[in-house]
Design a protein around this ligand. Structure first.
Ligand SMILES: NC(=O)c1ccc[n+]([C@@H]2O[C@H](COP(=O)([O-])OP(=O)(O)OC[C@H]3O[C@@H](n4cnc5c(N)ncnc54)[C@H](O)[C@@H]3O)[C@@H](O)[C@H]2O)c1
Ligand SMILES: [Zn+2]
Ligand SMILES: [Zn+2]
Length: 391
């Protein structure tokens, strides 16, 4: 089959690879009908997250048609059914799965022993996302093997198109969980850093959950326009001071809740001197992540507020203002998304027309164009916000 394969830093190719097969009785094989490129894939593209190996198949946002089911998954899944595959692989039985903490499932990461050494405790198995999360081949491919398929799926009603359902596997529940983690109250002003696909979902979800006002921060005009169309007040950090504008918009109080939808690759610019220091340290391997957004959120957030961090961080950051964080009494919430915790509710909201996540798609191409689209998405060319691939 054809698949997008990681060969090294900034080197992804569309290769012919071996077709996946059932390896365990709980597996299923899915013919992928749609998949997407995620901001997290860019961190892998830039090799900022360790433990990718040449030959790894990329992709963790995908859906398709079930074509084969292992004997132990047959009661839950039938050939011909249409499913979204959550990026977090779940067993459904361990203590964390029973609590709904699916992204830290204790059984599905087949490299758990190594991940536990690195992180203290590893995550669940994740598709297409390094050997520290199990080394499972991803879904930017014609077919994918879904381990623990009896639990690792979201069934999609035929009335929904692929474009409406696809993001149930990653960016929609990620935006939802980020907003839920803010404990939004009706008077709350929520600020969102980063208006990529995840930031866009955070904005719409914060509004759905009843925030009084949402403020969106980025520097890309098309992303700020999309945020504004979704009901947010935009701030362009290249032309305005984020700190001054947030003070103006909140009557000097600061946003009650702050969401980091940027992650470890914050822009490097002269107006953010700490970002230049971070970049230098990254190049010398003294620090792995660029944490400008985290520092800015801690500085501006209203005392007793919440910092919600869906943005991905991989390792170590320097110059964290812990004194500020502690004395302001801020709460920090973060994590890979517990996708299946939110899927019934979000599926219903899509069916009822409360949200149609397809608004974020700007490019739809075939799998062969995938390598080029990684660059277009990375460089924000052609007003690119979200790329969907049709294998
Ligand atoms: N927690 C999860 O489970 C989960 C799931 C999906 C994605 N993510 C993460 O969410 C993050 C965003 O993903 P995406 O697909 O939207 O990526 P993206 O790269 O398209 O978006 C990031 C945005 O942040 C903006 N940005 C950069 N520096 C900024 C700054 N200083 N202030 C404000 N904005 C700034 C960029 O211009 C860009 O628009 C990534 O780190 C990704 O890995 C996490
Ligand atoms: Zn993702
Ligand atoms: Zn589990």
């Amino acid at each position: 089959m054809r698949a997008l394969v990681w060969h090294g830093k900034e080197d992804i190719r569309c290769d012919t690879v071996t077709d996946p097969q059932i390896e365990d009785a709980r597996d299923a094989i899915v013919r992928v009908t749609s998949c997407a490129i995620c901001g997290s894939d860019l961190h892998l593209f830039h090799n900022f997250i360790p433990a990718m190996l040449p030959g790894d198949v990329m992709g963790h946002e995908m859906m398709g048609e079930v074509v084969e089911v292992g004997t132990a998954a047959k009661a839950a899944l039938k050939v011909g059914e249409r499913i979204v595959i959550p990026f977090t692989i779940i067993c459904g039985e361990c203590e964390q799965c029973r609590r709904g903490n699916f992204s830290v499932c204790e059984r599905t990461n087949r490299n758990k022993a190594i991940a536990d050494k690195v992180f203290g405790h590893g995550t669940a198995g994740l598709f297409g996302y390094t050997h520290l999360t199990g080394g499972y081949p991803g879904g930017q491919a014609e077919y994918i093997r879904v381990p623990f398929a009896d639990r690792t799926h979201i069934k999609v009603p035929n009335a929904l198109s692929d474009d409406q359902a696809l993001f149930l596997g990653d960016i929609l529940p990620t935006g939802w969980q980020a907003a839920i983690n803010c404990d939004i109250e009706p008077s709350d002003i929520v600020a969102v850093w980063g208006c990529g696909p995840v930031g866009q979902m955070c904005i719409r979800c914060a509004i759905l959950l009843g925030a009084a006002q949402v403020i969106a921060i980025d520097c890309l005009p098309e992303r700020l326009s999309m945020a504004e169309a979704g009901g947010a007040v935009p701030i362009d950090f290249k032309t305005e001071s984020v700190i001054e504008r947030l003070a103006e918009l909140t009557g000097g109080k600061g946003p009650d809740k702050c969401i980091d939808a940027t992650g470890l690759e914050a822009h490097v610019s002269m107006t953010h001197p700490d970002s230049i220091l971070d970049r230098g340290k990254q190049m010398m391997m003294l620090e792995s992540d660029r944490a400008h957004v985290l520092r800015e959120m801690i500085y501006v957030c209203r005392p007793a507020g919440v910092l919600s961090i869906p943005g991905v961080y991989s390792g170590l950051v320097d110059k964290m203002p812990m004194g500020m964080l502690m004395n302001k009494g801020l709460t920090v919430r973060t994590g890979q998304t517990h996708v299946n915790r939110w899927s019934d509710d979000l599926l219903r909201r899509i069916e009822e027309g409360q949200i149609d996540p397809s608004f974020v798609i700007t490019h739809t191409v075939g799998l062969e164009d995938g390598p080029e689209m990684y660059r277009v998405f990375r460089d924000k060319q052609d007003s690119c916000i979200k790329v969907v691939l049709k294998p």
